[in-house]
Design a protein around this ligand. Structure first.
Ligand SMILES: [Zn+2]
Length: 145
C-alpha cells in the first residue's frame, strides 16, 4: 500500500464511520470503534471534526437508499480487519541485500491523518509521525484536505 493508498483508504474509513454515526446506527464513536476494531481516539477525533449532529434513521423501516448506504459503510469498515491482518511487508533493505518482511506498522492514533498504515515496520520507522523521506527528496508533501 503506497502512502497515498493508505491515506485514501483511511479517508474512506472516516467517511463510512461518520455516515453510520450520523444515522445513529451506532450511538457513540466508541461503540463503532469497538465493533470494527478501530482505535477509540481515532473515531472520537473523526466525530469531533464534524458538527456532531445526527440524522437518525428508522432502522425498522429503512428506505432502499438508506439500506444501501449502511451496507456499504459497514463493508468498508469491516475491510479494516482484513487490512490490519494482511499488511504488506516493510521492504526496508537489510544488510546482505535482503528486504525486511515484517508487516508495516499501524500508525499511532495521532498519525492517522497520514494514513492508518505506515510504509515501514515498527523497527524501520513505521511509528514515526512523519512521512518517510522519499528517495526523490519530496518529503513532507502534505496535501491539504
Ligand atoms: Zn522493517
Amino acid at each position: 500500500m503506497t502512502p497515498e493508498q493508505s491515506r485514501e483508504f483511511t479517508a474512506r474509513l472516516e467517511q463510512a464511520a461518520i455516515a453510520l454515526l450520523e444515522m445513529e446506527i451506532y450511538r457513540k464513536p466508541d461503540d463503532l470503534a469497538r465493533r470494527f476494531g478501530l482505535p477509540l481516539p481515532v473515531v472520537r477525533y473523526w466525530w469531533r471534526q464534524t458538527d456532531e449532529k445526527t440524522h437518525p434513521v428508522d432502522q425498522n423501516s429503512l428506505s432502499p437508499r438508506e439500506g444501501k448506504v449502511i451496507r456499504k459503510a459497514t463493508q468498508t469498515l469491516e475491510g479494516w480487519e482484513k487490512v490490519k491482518r494482511y499488511r504488506p511487508p516493510c521492504g526496508a533493505r537489510l544488510p546482505g541485500g535482503k528486504k525486511c518482511k515484517r508487516s508495516v506498522a499501524i500508525r499511532q492514533p495521532e498519525g492517522w491523518s497520514l494514513g492508518a498504515l505506515a510504509d515501514r515496520c515498527r523497527l524501520h520507522g513505521g511509528h514515526s509521525k512523519r512521512v518517510r523521506r522519499l528517495p526523490t527528496g519530496e518529503d513532507e508533501q502534505e496535501t491539504p484536505t
